[in-house]
Design a protein around this ligand. Sequence first.
Ligand code: NAI
Length: 301
Amino acid sequence: MDVEFAGRSVAIVGAGIMGAGIAQAAAMSGHRVAVCDQSSEQLEKAAQEIDRSLGILVCKGRIDEPTAAAARNALRFCDSVEEAAAGVDLVIEAVVENLEVKQRVLGAAAVVASPHAVLATNTSQLSISSIASGLGQDADRVIGLHFFNPVVLMRLIEIVRGLMTNDATVEAAQAFAVSLGKETVLCLKDSPGFLTSRISAIVRLECLRMLEEGVGTAEDIDRALRLGLNFPIGPLELGDRNGLDTYLLVLESLSQSLGERFRPTVGLRNLVAAGRLGRKTGAGIYDYAADGSIRDADSHG
Ligand code: NAI
């Protein structure tokens, strides 16, 4: 693959919060994008969400109508990994944060994608080398492309090199990030949580601990970090946006690799067990009204 990465074909596996955002960003940047999910309901939801988001960007004057129309035309929603990834130059998996599932979907995609395709994972913290170890001779084309939520607005992509990742794959991943208009940082060591996730995980965990200890309300903890420490958004509110189920999986994995300091709280486990996963289920640490506004800033931690 050459180092310029424009107008390419990209497959996104997993159309949840991140997959939908990555698909939209890639389609807005002139790539042909095929998206799939194991859930047809989720795929439909992603299509609606992308459509809605493109409409908002046009209304706000951030993109023009022809760009939005071109992005819509560039998107294809598929029933299977095999259909989405056939012949593509780049696969990005954004499925559940689970090593075996990620190995399985990237393995399935590798069989049908272009023989030179980059096989990228959007994992928040799993070892890229471990994911790649399930890919046999394709392991040198596996790389971490870690996006941030909301993908269309966030400027950074963290690129994570696994032990087997070859230089051409790093260069292609960097060129793809540039084609999306993003900035990159390169995580040189395949270390759990990379440069970003271990920090965001620990900050949010400390906020949850304060909430569960009754030190402050969720609203005041978030306000304190926003106004006193200059966080653009409160860590608890951001947790609801990112999904508390994903956050719990991240903490369980980080606590195994980096130790006790990442152990999830009882309150977080309870929220997930109760199905309060954040905005995607209408309730998490906060309760949300139908228009998405916070309805009840209560301490559900
Ligand atoms: P999500 O739960 O919103 O979406 C995951 C999607 O993957 C679901 O729609 C599910 O149906 C689909 N899926 C699961 N197994 C599949 C399979 N075998 N084949 C096809 N589709 C499958 O999760 P989210 O938040 O989008 O996270 C996805 C990945 O991105 C995770 O690895 C997460 O750690 C990572 N990530 C999440 C961020 C966030 O803010 N939520 C930020 C950066 C990375």
